[in-house]
Design a protein around this ligand. Structure first.
Ligand code: PEP
Ligand code: MG
Length: 550
């Protein structure tokens, strides 16, 4: 074995010995009374609170506090109590405890998406409880020298118990780009790779190179590889740091670089990162955080927290994209066989029409009195009729710039007619890729199929981008693809005119775009769409794009 490949989720290059984190779960019988179980559960909650208080990393702190709250939720105690008589010491309570947690977990998994990912928190709490009851709690892995941490998956508690000062990189076998490992690694600013099959077969102490940009793990890397990757990483960072101001290509062509956000904090982060506005305001957060539909007044207040920091700039608001990977329980109440293809996004006007009307009213009202250039778009628009319906309703409340996300193959292929109904388009490359490739974007087993580099996806984008060009209407990208500097350049070469991404990606994209002119982007795009695979497209495009840099 000379190398492994996963998904790079936090850029950087690290070289060092592997240290495996192995969670051994004992299956021995656990004798306890219900009282002892509740005391132990309470203690687990307290331990989690303590870890939350001591860990410095903000994202890990938040997750640990949330887990502490779950552990101390009276409903959990009730679920366990319902299975056991009081005043008896049972010879083995393991199955009952696991079943009580299992009921909660199923409920989260049934909701799906973000909630399903949080089901892992319940496993973590359950394991901690069983370990406490059986007296097999470990002290955590003690790291006292620089190490590349390798695990099946890392829970927030693992990361809390690890001395991350010595973590050079994190590489895990499971997990996707939204897993805790990815979030924690980005927060720490260290390289991370998720979904890396075979990594648990590495031996402790084995020297590896982890490239969090490409997702590659080199085993016993040659000095030449180490040097090449390190030099390259340094050069990429230096390039990013050297360019400031509005986005533009080497030939002077302006490219608006916008930030994606979900709330006021995200908007402030986008300003600090030098974003020229917001290119995708995901409005789901407020709805996900409430048990009922937020009132128009509540929505207005929340939208203002995003608009205010962006005074003088463009803000593209996306109307509610509830459903599929972002289910909102009180809106997506009907169980669907196939939620990604079901009633989500703008399609909710079929079942919850009032929600979208109230939201449009709130968006228009929130922008009053704040000097922003307000653009509003709807997700999952599929047909010209849907685009026309949305445009009519948005204009009726006074919204001037009305657009659609292009994230279904139908909308892209038929873009000449769909975009004719509105003022602008924005590619949602996350969904467009999953639908063109018929591969679930959340399933790490299909990560090789969900690359926007695939020529089939790029060709679909080209169709819609040239339709927008013919109609002289702006079209941007607001999916993850915009955050990859080479792919961003290819997208510009295909006819896209603005890019919106996580604020943390802006400086690197800006730095890279300043080194290439439009003709080079177009040449790279042509090479990429002529390729036979995502890998080949990326390789060929990079050869052209990096020609000037090397
Ligand atoms: C997309 O699909 O690319 C997109 C930006 O929307 P979301 O990721 O929120 O579905
Ligand atoms: Mg989408």
């Amino acid at each position: 074995m000379s190398g492994l490949k996963g998904i790079g989720v936090s850029p950087g290059v690290a070289v060092g010995p592997v240290r495996k984190v192995i969670n051994i779960v004992s299956t021995d019988a656990i004798s306890a009374s219900p009282r002892e179980i509740f005391d132990a559960l309470n203690k687990v909650g307290e331990d989690l609170e303590k870890s939350a208080a001591t860990i410095e990393l903000e994202v890990a702190k938040e997750v640990l506090s949330a887990q502490a709250m779950i552990a101390q939720d009276p409903a959990l105690v009730e679920a366990i109590a319902a299975r056991l008589d009081q005043d008896i010491t049972y010879p083995d309570v393991r199955a009952d405890v696991v079943a009580a947690f299992g009921g909660f977990k199923e409920a989260l998994l049934a909701i799906g998406g973000y909630f399903a990912e949080r089901a892992a928190d319940l496993d973590e709490i359950c394991n901690r409880l069983l370990a406490k009851l059986s007296g097999t709690e470990s002290e955590g892995l003690v790291l006292n020298s620089p190490t590349i941490i390798v695990a099946e998956d890392l829970t927030p508690a693992d990361t809390a118990s690890l001395n991350l000062k010595y973590a050079l990189a994190l590489v895990v076998e499971k997990g996707g780009p939204t897993s805790h490992t990815a979030i924690v690694a980005r927060g720490l600013g260290i390289p991370a790779i998720v979904g890396c099959a075979g990594v648990m077969q590495l031996a402790d102490g084995e020297k590896v190179l982890a490239d969090g940009r490409s997702g590659e793990v080199f085993i016993s890397p040659a000095d030449s590889i180490v040097k090449e990757r390190q030099v390259r990483e340094e050069a990429l960072r230096a390039r990013a740091a050297s360019v400031t101001g509005p986005g533009r290509l080497a030939c002077g062509t302006p490219v608006k670089l916008l930030g994606n956000c979900g709330d006021g904090d995200g908007s402030v982060a986008a300003v600090s990162a030098g974003a020229e506005g917001i290119g995708l305001f995901r409005t789901e957060l407020l709805f996900l955080d409430s048990v009922n539909e937020p009132s128009v007044e509540e929505q207005i207040q929340m939208y203002r927290t995003v608009f205010t920091p962006m005074a003088g700039k463009r803000v593209v608001v996306r109307t509610l994209d509830a459903g599929s990977d972002k289910p909102v329980p009180y809106i997506n109440a009907i169980e669907e066989e196939n939620p990604a293809l079901g009633v989500r996004g703008w399609r909710l006007t079929r079942t919850s029409d009032g929600v979208l009307s109230r939201q449009l009213e709130a968006i228009a009202a929130a922008a009053k009195g704040i000097e922003i250039d307000l653009w509003v778009m709807a997700p999952m628009i599929n047909t010209p009729a849907e685009a026309a319906d949305f445009a009519k309703r948005a204009r009726a409340v006074g919204i001037k710039q009305v657009g659609v996300m292009v994230e279904t193959p139908a909308a892209a292929i038929h873009a000449d007619k769909v975009l004719a109904e509105v003022d602008f388009g924005s590619f949602g490359t996350n969904d467009l890729t999953q639908y063109v490739m018929a591969s679930d974007r959340l399933d790490s087993r299909l990560s090789d199929m969900t690359s926007t580099w695939h020529p089939a996806v790029l060709r679909t984008i080209q169709i819609a981008a040239s339709a927008a060009g013919n109609l002289v209407k702006p079209i941007g990208v607001c999916g993850e693809a915009a955050a990859n500097p080479h792919l961003a350049a290819v997208l510009l070469g295909l006819g896209v005119n603005s890019l919106s991404m996580a604020p943390s990606a802006i400086s690197e994209v800006r730095g890279f775009l300043s080194t290439v002119d439009l003709a080079t982007c177009q040449a790279a795009a042509q090479r990429a769409i002529a390729a036979i695979s995502a890998e080949e497209a990326e390789l060929h495009a990079k050869e052209i794009l990096e020609g000037a840099f090397n």
